[in-house]
Ligand binder design. Structure first.
Ligand SMILES: *[C@@H]1O[C@H](CO)[C@@H](O)[C@H](O)[C@H]1NC(C)=O
Ligand SMILES: *[C@@H]1O[C@H](CO)[C@@H](O)[C@H](O)[C@H]1NC(C)=O
Ligand SMILES: *[C@@H]1O[C@H](CO)[C@@H](O)[C@H](O)[C@H]1NC(C)=O
Ligand SMILES: *[C@@H]1O[C@H](CO)[C@@H](O)[C@H](O)[C@H]1NC(C)=O
Ligand SMILES: *[C@@H]1O[C@H](CO)[C@@H](O)[C@H](O)[C@H]1NC(C)=O
Ligand SMILES: *[C@@H]1O[C@H](CO)[C@@H](O)[C@H](O)[C@H]1NC(C)=O
Ligand SMILES: *[C@@H]1O[C@H](CO)[C@@H](O)[C@H](O)[C@H]1NC(C)=O
Ligand SMILES: *[C@@H]1O[C@H](CO)[C@@H](O)[C@H](O)[C@H]1NC(C)=O
Ligand SMILES: *[C@@H]1O[C@H](CO)[C@@H](O)[C@H](O)[C@H]1NC(C)=O
Ligand SMILES: *[C@@H]1O[C@H](CO)[C@@H](O)[C@H](O)[C@H]1NC(C)=O
Ligand SMILES: *[C@@H]1O[C@H](CO)[C@@H](O)[C@H](O)[C@H]1NC(C)=O
Ligand SMILES: *[C@@H]1O[C@H](CO)[C@@H](O)[C@H](O)[C@H]1NC(C)=O
Ligand SMILES: [Zn+2]
Length: 677
């Protein structure tokens, strides 16, 4: 399961990177030959630090080829707040003129060019202004002049956000890939209904305020978790694979223009506590985007270094590491080829005063006064269904976090990690407050694998965690001062359309007859998951200890569910008791990126050919808006429909992170703007 899982997550990424696909761009958010990052329409929190990248492009060949293939290195750049005189950026920010950089890059204009192997070549002249800041709310015009008369204008807005803090603490729950449809399905399998009335509801259902966020990115309408996390944490739209930066065209993934994240701002402005919790490998995009700044999310070693050391290449924060870092991903910690510079990051964290715990037993008894690193498995952590129902899947995995190829059988769940994070943060930062991001990562990962049962188990675990968090905060006397936000970073096209009689399906001899097992409308019936299974005595397969989890994961009548975009697969619509589902495989003797239905999956079911390119071995993200649930002192500002970046501005407002000032009065002018309060 472990190696299969890491294969799946890596391949999802390589799909994004190898450019199979329709639409190609020279450089996202730069339709002209002069590029400004942050680009036109960017918004800023007053006092938020950022870098500016300017590029002038000289296409050498392809459809945009110019007669003069030398990029203009004499470009100029000015900034003006509306109504004021434009000033050169060096004057405006009181910084030295940055050094001129030059490089070349290539890109494919379309699929024909890609298949023919004829990329278009572009030469570039560029500069980067590092660590600048705008503090005075209002509209700004940033103007790049190049090629003797061409201009690119970026209109920027520094939002007028009051610096008043209304919440001491903020807990942000992210259900990765979680949609309203999935919440609806999870409710159906875990909460009893009598004559059309639910007898209980989800913790999320009880939140007083709900909003809707749009997840599209800067330069594509479908996002990945890196660029959506960047939007949620920085208030800046970005590109697929980018963490806390705008993606530039340079070769290095370490020099892209950065924007400061909510964790960095909260630490700098409030000296508050920071907790990062995820069921993914901890270098994965959603946790990573709180401290990492690179356009390439797969730089896992650097990501782990950034948790501890912050930005090291272009230092502009005094980051000192989170108080709590809990998740999987031990492969970037023990010294081997996958940790940054081969270093032992357990030792690096310990040197900085962290307690290091590697299993749930140790987590439960850890000294809560100290900073704590908890890494509980190699790769992604075990799923709720395997930890609680099909527990033998925890063994024989070679995923122990000490790197000794044992099984990580003593793993905490999201609830145990989150409650312990709160306990530690409350003890360490009871006065300054804390910010915790807690991610149910495998809702997304299991949706990618078309393993709907595991995905819904992860979602129910998230809901259980939210419920327990609110109870614990109440017990600590912190609930009133804590803003809780529950949202997702994007969706998958999942829904439930009816039910399946799995016994009838198995009894039919051909695929067309098997489809008669699907019941729609009145034949969908009612959820069988809430009724304990009388047909077998093996209670280890029946999770009955929690009220709000299914009493039977393996009923005869299951959900007829699916995604809108799939690889080839065989569906028998029953739970995968032997571990995570693998719907499609490449075949010996055929190209390695050609995926067909896995003959050992969905036994007795019927084959459905995929709709995705044949290089896809799993499902993909979708366009849907995702919900935002809010409970706490500033809950009201989270109602309505808005962009994913607005989640950042609302959280920042709530925590009082805005630092407005007047330009030129010494408060917040360029590098001199190190105010703190
Ligand atoms: C840049 O400007 C200088 C003088 O202002 C000129 O000598 C030089 O040729 C210009 N370079 C380019 C690439 O236009
Ligand atoms: C960029 O491409 C030009 C050809 O147009 C070539 O002369 C030059 O050496 C290349 N520069 C770099 C840094 O690769
Ligand atoms: C552009 O030039 C590069 C380098 O000479 C070459 O590899 C590429 O095929 C050319 N592309 C087109 C579209 O002509
Ligand atoms: C810029 O353009 C103007 C008129 O279009 C021309 O007079 C001038 O010589 C040009 N300068 C350069 C450096 O090309
Ligand atoms: C710093 O940048 C270099 C490349 O410019 C990269 O190799 C290195 O990994 C970066 N270091 C970190 C900690 O990101
Ligand atoms: C980091 O801290 C030092 C010492 O407190 C201070 O002088 C410096 O300005 C800080 N740098 C940033 C980027 O906040
Ligand atoms: C859990 O971790 C503790 C402390 O590191 C260790 O002593 C113990 O043996 C571990 N337990 C298991 C089940 O691995
Ligand atoms: C369940 O247990 C009872 C008594 O222990 C036994 O009579 C019955 O056959 C068992 N049923 C199944 C399905 O194993
Ligand atoms: C069942 O739940 C109770 C109360 O939440 C707990 O004390 C007990 O340990 C749980 N039992 C199992 C088998 O998980
Ligand atoms: C399937 O693809 C992976 C790489 O994605 C490769 O390592 C493996 O050998 C391939 N398997 C077969 C049977 O071709
Ligand atoms: C459905 O297929 C899975 C393997 O993918 C298998 O474990 C399960 O037993 C099958 N269901 C039935 C009812 O045969
Ligand atoms: C699936 O596609 C293959 C061709 O790739 C075709 O031979 C087969 O009949 C299709 N199966 C179904 C169930 O549509
Ligand atoms: Zn995903």
């Amino acid at each position: 399961m472990r190696s299969r899982l890491s294969l799946i997550s890596l391949t999802a990424l390589s799909l994004l990177q190898t450019c199979h696909g329709q639409t190609f761009q020279r450089l996202g958010a730069c339709p002209s030959l002069g590029c400004i990052f942050p680009p036109d329409q960017a918004d800023f929190l007053p006092g938020q630090r950022f870098d500016i990248r300017l590029e002038v492009h000289a296409p050498v060949n392809g459809s945009e080829a110019r007669a003069n293939t030398t990029p203009d290195s004499n470009f100029t750049f000015t900034i003006a707040r509306t109504g004021a005189q434009a000033q050169s950026a060096t004057t405006y920010f009181s910084v030295a003129e940055p050094r001129l950089e030059t490089w070349n890059f290539t890109w494919f204009e379309d699929l024909f060019a890609q298949h023919a192997g004829t990329p278009s070549l572009v030469r570039v002249a560029a500069k980067a202004y590092r660590n600048v800041v705008l503090t005075e709310p209002g509209e700004y015009t940033a103007t790049l002049r190049y090629y003797n008369g061409s201009t690119t204008v970026a209109n920027w807005l520094v939002r007028d956000i009051p610096p008043r803090r209304t919440a001491k603490n903020l807990v942000l729950f992210i259900g990765d890939g979680m949609t309203t449809n999935m919440i609806t399905a999870a409710r159906l399998i875990a909460h009893k209904m009598v004559n059309g009335r639910y007898q209980s509801t989800m913790a999320m259902d009880k939140f007083p305020v709900i909003g809707h966020q749009m997840t599209h990115s800067l330069d594509s309408f479908i996002t990945d978790s890196a660029n959506s996390a960047t939007a949620l944490y920085t208030g800046h739209k970005s590109s697929v694979n980018a963490l806390g930066v705008y993606a530039d065209s340079s070769r290095s993934p370490a020099d892209d223009p950065k924007v400061e994240s909510i964790a960095e701002i909260f630490r700098r402005v409030c000296n508050g506590g920071v907790g990062i919790v995820s069921t993914a490998f901890i270098a994965d995009a959603t946790p990573a985007a709180l401290t990492a700044h690179t356009r390439d999310r797969s730089r896992y070693g650097e990501v782990v270094d950034s948790f501890l050391n912050g930005i090291t290449n272009y230092t502009w924060t005094n980051w000192t590491g989170p108080d709590v870092l809990f998740g999987g991903g031990a492969e970037q910690f023990f010294p081997n080829g996958r940790s940054f510079q081969g270093r032992d990051y357990y030792a690096e964290f310990a040197k900085r005063g962290y307690n290091v715990v590697l299993n749930n037993t140790a987590l439960q008894v850890t000294d809560t006064s100290k900073k704590t690193l908890g890494i509980f498995s190699v790769s992604n952590m075990a799923k709720w269904l395997d930890r609680n129902v099909y527990t033998r899947n925890l063994f024989g995995q070679k995923n122990s976090p000490d790197g000794r190829n044992g099984s990580a059988a003593d793993q905490p769940g999201l609830k145990e990690m989150t409650l312990k994070a709160i306990e530690i943060l409350n003890e360490r930062h009871g006065d300054d407050g804390f910010f915790i991001m807690s991610e149910a990562a495998s809702i997304d990962k299991m949706m990618h694998s078309l393993d709907y049962d595991r995905a819904l188990g992860e979602l129910l675990e998230l809901d259980d965690t939210i419920k327990a968090t609110m109870e614990y905060l109440e017990e600590l006397g912190q609930l009133e001062d804590t803003q809780i936000v529950v949202t997702a970073d994007h969706g998958h096209g999942f829904d439930v359309m009816g039910s399946v009689d799995t016994r009838y399906l198995q009894a039919q001899g051909n695929d067309r007859r098997k489809r008669d097992a699907i019941g729609t409308y009145q034949n969908s019936g009612l959820s069988q998951y809430t009724v304990p299974d009388p047909s077998h005595n093996d209670t280890s397969l029946v999770y009955t200890n929690g009220t709000y989890f299914p009493a039977n994961w393996d009923p005869r009548y299951t959900l007829f569910s699916g995604l809108g975009a799939d690889p080839d697969r065989r569906e028998n619509y029953t739970v995968h008791k032997d571990g995570v589902r693998v719907p499609a495989l490449n075949r010996t003797g055929l190209p390695i990126d050609d995926y067909y239905v896995n003959d050992r999956d969905g036994l007795g079911g019927f084959v459905i050919n995929g709709t995705l390119p044949t290089a896809a071995e799993q499902g993909v993200h979708s366009l849907t808006d995702v919900p935002v649930y809010a409970h706490g002192p500033c809950q009201d500002i989270f109602g309505g429909t808005y962009g994913n970046i607005d989640v950042f501005y609302r959280m920042a407002e709530c925590l009082g992170l805005s630092q407005p000032g007047r330009h030129g009065n010494g408060n917040g002018n360029g590098r001199n703007g190190n105010s703190s309060s």
